[in-house]
Design a protein around this ligand. Structure first.
Ligand SMILES: O=P(O)(O)OC[C@H]1O[C@H](OP(=O)(O)OP(=O)(O)O)[C@H](O)[C@@H]1O
Ligand SMILES: Nc1nc2[nH]cnc2c(=O)[nH]1
Length: 195
């Protein structure tokens, strides 16, 4: 077999494995419900931020999909940027937060809205919000598509806008990945529970 053919064959095998895994996942929130969640979140954000010229920062990579869904529903002046901070890196347990990209837009004397896919333990968003404050933001707001319900959150920090509560399971879809895959899936799914 040529090298190209063996790469195609390996990709096919991996795709089949991923499809098989996805078929065993539980749908926690369907695609239609997520659209309603984004619409409600966008209304709440608009109510608060419509005249504050915010800088809106997507948290890459997972915040990309919710940020896109929300931004297309925000009809007021704002600037768009991103930060990239990660602590799961393809794993199902989080580690130390690693910064890959700082905000490009100066945040001094600006209101900032950070958008991410999940508020799990909260380490990521608490740290990103603190770094925006350190950069001189006058007020930092945080919006998340999902909030995981459990009792091991960081202290003294909560998101301002929460889409929908989900149980304490490893989830994927709407920006959330499993080994880098499934971020593009519409709706929120959970890996099968171990018995
Ligand atoms: O509340 P926490 O427990 O800190 O976890 C939440 C963070 O974990 C995920 O990012 P991840 O580190 O997987 O990076 P990614 O978005 O690039 O996949 C997710 O997108 C959040 O940013
Ligand atoms: N993909 C994914 N990333 C996360 N980061 C924190 N919690 C989760 C989760 O449940 N799924």
């Amino acid at each position: 077999m040529t090298q190209e053919l063996s790469l195609v064959s390996a990709a096919r095998t991996r795709a089949a494995e991923l499809n098989e895994l996805f078929a065993t996942c539980d749908c926690l929130v369907d695609a239609e419900t997520m659209q309603a969640v984004y619409a409600r979140l966008a209304d709440q954000i608009t109510h608060v931020l419509h005249d504050r010229l915010p800088v809106v920062l997507a948290v890459m990579n997972g915040g990309l999909i919710p940020a896109g869904a929300l931004l297309s529903r925000l009809n007021f002046p704002l600037e768009i940027g991103y930060v990239h901070a990660t602590r799961y890196r393809g794993e199902t347990q989080g580690g130390a937060l690693q910064w890959l990209a700082l905000p490009q837009i100066p945040l001094a004397e600006r209101e900032v809205l950070i958008i991410d896919d999940v508020f799990d333990e909260g380490v990521t968003l608490k740290s990103i919000a603190a770094s925006c404050c350190d950069a001189g933001a006058t007020r930092v707001w945080v919006a998340v598509a999902t909030n995981k319900v459990h009792d091991h959150k960081v202290s003294d920090f909560l998101p301002d806008f929460v889409g929908i509560d989900v149980p304490d399971r490893f989830i994927l879809g709407e920006g959330l990945d499993y080994n880098g895959f499934f971020r593009n899936v519409q709706g929120i799914y959970a890996l099968p529970q171990e018995n």
